[in-house]
Design a protein around this ligand. Structure first.
Ligand code: HEC
Length: 156
């Protein structure tokens, strides 16, 4: 009788333990979902940090402004990098597309000379100048992360 009781109470403790683990698991889901929701999906979600955009501004002045103008409005063949035409040209493409365009072909007098961090900084500066909000994280440098970020001219 004692043995049976002992084993019953043992089972009960075990069941409680399993139950409390299960509860912890279930109740952690809203937290996990909340964290996921903060990963930027479009340029409207805070896809760059202000610090990064500031680095990008310095890089732009050194490596881009001579052709694209200090205010990004473009000079001759060097297209504007701000405003409706620029945004419509890139609308619905990914940040990776813009990133690769810059990485492979810019600066036009020295293509391929920027490393991935510099390109990401330049993209951050372009996003800021085009009025997109800053966020907590930098424009990423990994292609998969860049592909997961969409450029949308209009706020969804
Ligand atoms: C020597 C001049 C020159 C420099 C320096 C230069 N660009 Fe360009 N850029 C051009 C020209 C010309 C075009 C358009 C023709 C082409 O694609 O080559 C262009 C096109 C672009 C485009 C495509 C615009 C569009 O909407 O299609 C982007 C983006 C761009 N440049 C970004 C940059 C960035 C960022 C830098 C600095 C890191 C930079 N450029 C430096 C001359 C330059």
């Amino acid at each position: 009788m004692r043995l049976v009781n002992g084993s019953i109470s043992h089972e009960t403790t075990k069941a409680r333990k399993v139950h409390s683990w299960f509860r912890a698991f279930v109740f952690s889901w809203p937290l996990i979902a909340g964290a996921t929701a903060q990963v930027p999906r479009t340029v409207w979600d805070g896809a760059y940090s202000d610090t990064q955009a500031t680095r990008g501004a310095t890089l732009y002045a050194d490596r881009c402004a001579a052709c694209h103008a200090d205010d990004l409005s473009g000079i001759d063949q060097a297209a504007p990098l701000v405003g409706a035409d620029f945004l419509n040209a890139w609308n619905d493409q990914t940040v990776n597309d813009l990133f690769e365009r810059i990485r492979i072909s810019m600066p036009a007098d020295q293509p391929g000379s920027l490393n991935r961090t510099q390109v990401a900084d330049a993209v951050a500066f372009l996003l800021k100048t085009n009025g997109f909000p800053a966020g907590a994280t930098d424009v990423p440098t990994a292609a998969d992360d860049l592909k997961a970020l969409k450029i949308l001219a209009k706020k969804p």
